[in-house]
Each structure stands twice: as C-alpha cells, then as structure tokens.
Design a protein around this ligand. Structure first.
Ligand code: SF4
Length: 302
C-alpha cells in the first residue's frame, strides 16, 4: 500500500495568521474570539487551554480585546463592536476582504447582489450583513428564487468549488438572458489549489482520506470533489476515526486535509497509515506531486 499526499493540503495562510494572532494576544492577557476561528476542534481546544474565550455575539464577551476571525464580519457588525468599546484585533483574511470589496463595488455599480455559498456560514453572514436585498445560492434550486432584475452581480464564498460556482453562474445567465450578469471570481487561491489537488487524488487513488472538522465547509467540499471520482472516500477528524478495513486490497491511499486542519491533526494519521503501509510488506512511499511524479520516502518526514 502506498500513500499519496495531495500537492496542496491543510492549513491556509489566512487561518494560520489568525491562529498566530490569537496566540499572541492570549500571551498578553485575556482575549475573546468572535465566532469560530477555524472550523476545527483541535485548534479551538488548544486556544481555550491558553485562556482564549469564544463567543457567538460580541455582547457576550468579557474582555477588552476582541478578535475578528479570518472569515470576516460586516461593516455594520464592526461598527457595533467598536461602539461597544472593544479593542478590535482583526484577523480577517485579505482574500475575504477582497470578496467584501468586490461585492460592495458591484452593488455600487447598480448590480443586484447574488452570493454563492452556505447561507448560515459566518463568512456569508459577513458578506451579506451590510446589504438590504440579496439572494444566496446554496443549492441549484435557489437560482429560481433570484428576482428578475436588469443587472445581476455574482460573487462566491471563498471556499466554494470553482467548477460548481461557474456551472451555477452559467445557469443564472441562461435563466436571465436579457439581464446583464457580472460574475467576479472570489474563490480563494488556496481553495482552488486544494480542490484541484483533491481531484487528482480522486482520479488516481483507490481510497482517499479527507481530514477536517465535521463542520468545516471547505473540508466537506473536498470530500464532495473526491467522491465524484472515487467511491472509497472517508472524511475523518482524528486518528481514532481510521478503520483498517477501509484499506483491504488497496494499492494507493490518497490523503488531503481542509484549510482549517492543522499539522498536529494530520501527522498522527499519516504515522498510522505509514505503519499499516509498512506491514503490507511493500515500502511506503510518499508521492508529493502527481504532476511531477516525484516520489520521496515517507519516513524522513517524521
Ligand atoms: S480559506 Fe481562503 S479565504 Fe479563507 S482564510 Fe484560507 S486563504 Fe483566506
């Protein structure tokens, strides 16, 4: 059994920077994070142990410091937080800021805003928080609810799979042939890279393990993408979720992880898989890049 790692996987720079900021602030004194910093229990537990509090509403925070997560917030919420006297420590990812700016400039140019993404996700709530009217497309059927207007401006949540976003934009254009439809691509580069690397795994591996939190949107999207080409895909949160029966009669196992999954979660899973691969009597290999075909022994990594 061989192990193939996705070319791009795991924590993105936006989540890494947000974790680093939270750890720094915790070092200086009590701090609170507004909403989930990353959709991953390990990260949340680690920060909680360091004295960081998490609240859903700023009204429930008991510290002067309040950290805005990588997912961002609306200007309206930001103003309320400032008015309440908090010191805002902003970890909003620059690529989420870009999505906000893009959406607002579409609205300023007279386009009716349409956001492709998860209705209840914190990032989408932030994107829509300053808008009076808008439509959210979470399922293809939501396209039927978009009103007939002359100008439609579309952005997407940063972690949506770009192929599906493009397909839905096409459906919107088909439904409104007389409207001017303007699509601005706000899916972030780390998401695109992880999606395309996951697709490669799905096409070439017998079994694929996707590592990430149950409530992590981008991890679910990776699982969905892999499952289009590979029937034996398993999304897991921790090493204890691995089941040896999944690897019966398996030549190659692919491994990927969502943008909110830290290395400390991935490492023990790779170690366990390596143990099993070694016991299969074939040398375990790490294939870092399916594009170059480069193969590196797995052991030096640990
Ligand atoms: S997933 Fe993309 S937009 Fe979100 S924090 Fe990471 S890099 Fe930024």
């Amino acid at each position: 059994m061989k192990i193939r790692l996705a070319r791009h996987m795991g924590l993105c720079f936006g989540v890494k920077d947000a974790i680093q900021l939270a750890e720094e602030r915790a070092h200086h004194g009590p701090t609170t994070i507004l909403g989930p910093l990353a959709h991953n229990q390990t990260i949340q537990q680690r920060l909680t142990k360091r004295g960081v509090a998490f609240v859903e509403r700023h009204q429930d925070a008991n510290t002067r410091d309040l950290i805005i997560t990588a997912h961002g917030i609306s200007n309206h919420t930001r103003q309320s937080v400032q008015d309440a006297g908090f010191n805002i420590r902003d970890a909003t990812c620059p690529l989420v800021h870009f999505a906000h700016r893009t959406l607002h400039s579409l609205v300023q140019d007279g386009f009716y805003p349409v956001i492709i993404g998860k209705r209840d996700h914190i990032e989408v709530r932030g994107l829509t928080g300053d808008l009076r009217t808008f439509s959210i497309v979470e399922e293809a059927s939501d396209i039927d609810e978009i009103p007939h207007v002359p100008r439609i401006g579309i952005v997407s949540q940063t972690t949506q799979p770009i192929e599906r976003v493009r397909a839905w934009v096409q459906q919107i254009e088909d439904r409104f042939p007389d409207s001017k439809v303007c699509f601005k691509d706000t899916v972030c580069q780390p998401t695109k890279q992880r999606q395309s690397a996951a697709l490669d795994l799905g096409r070439s591996c017998d079994v694929v393990i996707v590592i990430g939190g149950k409530n992590s949107n981008n991890t679910h999207q990776l699982t969905e993408t892999v499952s289009r080409h590979c029937e034996r895909v398993h999304q897991i949160e921790r090493v204890a979720d691995l089941d040896p029966d999944w690897f019966f009669s398996t030549d190659e196992v692919g491994v990927t992880a969502g943008t909110s999954t830290p290395g400390e979660v991935v490492r023990p899973i790779l170690e366990r898989l390596t143990e099993w691969a070694r016991s299969s009597r074939e040398p375990a290999l790490l294939i870092e890049s399916s594009a170059t075909g480069a193969r590196t022994p797995l052991s030096p990594l640990f």
